[in-house]
Design a protein around this ligand. Structure first.
Ligand SMILES: NC(=O)c1ccc[n+]([C@@H]2O[C@H](COP(=O)([O-])OP(=O)(O)OC[C@H]3O[C@@H](n4cnc5c(N)ncnc54)[C@H](O)[C@@H]3O)[C@@H](O)[C@H]2O)c1
Length: 435
């Protein structure tokens, strides 16, 4: 029986807590830690609702003591991104393996410390790149060989005005916490491309800005005059205002926990203090020669993505519309929360191989779901939690080096935004030396 502890008892933690109860025959959640006692209590109440006993709840300051006292084997890190590194390093120093939410961390110095600690202690870090486990993305990995050698990739990702807006309401809006969306969000996409191409970034150039949200975005005419939505008359009817009081999970995880740390989950997306971008273009040259043009937009009317591969034997095209619009009634919801998807919002997907001199061929993909990141989360959790995971012929499991490689594309893009120059990834961190 593997003994797991989790640090960072927010929304995402719920998925891991549930998974550990689902796999209770082989895995056991033995402790939780967070800086906020109210959120710790929420997860323990949920455990009781699932018919389990509550587990010891620790203040995050006693993390190392928790590992010792509870004889922890594996730590799951689901804190705010900027704190991942301190827990990953402390866990490995204490002899534990670690599983961390993406991004592995938010800067090159802390990435180096994670890799060095892993190498020195012999402990592992796995990064939960759940997008790899999406059946459509697995199909891309399998089918890419049909189009020969890859010359280039064209990748566009759209976050709609519900999901995209959510990064501008809370801690992600400060680049120091999240690394900005090039690290926090695009890291998923950069990892997919590294994995699909079996390659890594060499040189990166980026252009981007805060265009739609923040104080700069007020000129577009959507901004209302309030700082946080809860209790603000001006937030009534605002499609960007999160209504926490109406939603039980939001109420207990955030509204009733504010008194302990002042964490506001529902800030006005146009309020001052946003230091991240919402519109980003990136050009990447990969080590083996392919190139990628990438765009991330966080204020789109619909949500989904298009990724196109140009190959020596044709083209592979994946188009996914997760939601074709945001229905007004569910505009203020949070993606992934129960009831957040309106039935009026439609989705579709298409995976095509376009050989030369022949009609396009559609690839049918089973197992896709509109919940849990395309059905990826459940599949990934079985892989992470079980000592006898399902076979992984596609190599979906991501280690610390894969975590670093995805992160480095985003960090290099951030550096390029700051300097206006193309950035050699090697100048940020030498992965050869560290892996
Ligand atoms: N892979 C995915 O699809 C996916 C989806 C959602 C979130 N995530 C990741 O999960 C992580 C958590 O995101 P979330 O949405 O649950 O955020 P959240 O704000 O709901 O939870 C973050 C938790 O971290 C705690 N925390 C803050 N500072 C801390 C510290 N110094 N020490 C210990 N705990 C601290 C907070 O109290 C809070 O409970 C992030 O890294 C995010 O990138 C991944």
């Amino acid at each position: 029986m593997t003994r797991f502890a989790l640090v960072g008892a927010g929304a995402r933690a719920g998925m891991f807590v549930r998974a550990l109860t689902d796999h209770a025959g082989v895995a056991q959640l033995v402790a939780l830690a967070d800086t906020n006692p109210a959120r710790l209590a929420v997860h323990n109440r949920r455990l009781e609702d699932l018919g389990r006993k509550p587990v010891p709840a620790y203040d995050a300051a006693d993390f190392t003591e928790m590992l010792r006292r509870e004889r922890v084997d594996v730590v799951v890190v689901t804190t705010v991104d900027r704190y991942h590194e301190q827990y990953l390093v402390a866990a490995m120093e204490a002899g534990c393996d670690a599983v961390t939410e993406k991004p592995m961390t938010v800067d090159a110095a802390s990435c180096r410390r994670i890799l060095e600690t892993s190498r020195r202690t012999g402990r592992s870090v796995r990064v939960t790149f759940n997008y790899r486990y999406n059946p459509l993305h697995e199909a891309v990995k399998r089918e890419l060989r049909q189009i020969g050698e890859i010359g280039s990739v064209h990748f566009e990702w759209l976050l709609d005005v519900r999901h995209g807006a959510d990064y501008f309401r809370r801690w992600h809006r400060d680049k120091a916490n999240s690394g900005g969306l090039l690290v926090h969000k695009a890291g998923h996409h950069f990892d997919l491309v590294n994995w699909w191409l079996d390659d890594g970034p060499d040189q990166v150039f980026a252009a981007g800005r805060l265009f739609f949200y923040g104080e700069q975005g007020r000129r577009h005419g959507y901004a209302r005059d309030y700082d946080r939505a809860h209790g603000a008359a001006a937030a009534e009817g605002d499609p960007f205002a999160l209504r926490m009081a109406d939603e039980p999970a939001m109420r207990e995880l955030y509204l009733r926990a504010e008194q302990h740390d002042g964490y506001l989950r529902d800030r006005n997306v146009f309020a001052p203090g946003v230091t991240i971008e919402d519109d980003m273009a990136v050009l990447v040259r990969y080590a083996r020669g392919a190139s990628m043009s990438y765009h991330l937009t966080a204020y789109a009317p619909w949500e989904g993505y298009r990724v196109m591969f140009n190959g020596s034997r044709g083209r592979l095209e994946l188009e996914v519309v997760e939601t074709d619009h945001v229905a007004p009634a569910s505009a203020a919801g949070v993606k992934g929360e129960p009831g957040s998807l309106s039935t009026a919002e439609r989705g579709w997907r298409r995976l095509l191989i376009r050989p030369f001199w022949a009609p396009p061929r559609e690839i049918e993909v089973d197992g896709y779901s509109r919940q849990g990141h395309g059905g990826a989360d459940v599949r990934m959790l079985a892989d992470l939690v079980r000592p006898d995971p399902p076979a992984d012929p596609l190599g979906r499991s991501a280690d610390a080096v894969a975590g670093a490689r995805a992160l480095l594309t985003g960090l290099a893009a951030n550096e390029s935004l700051a300097t206006g120059q193309a950035v050699r990834v090697h100048d940020l961190l030498d992965l050869e030396e560290l892996s």
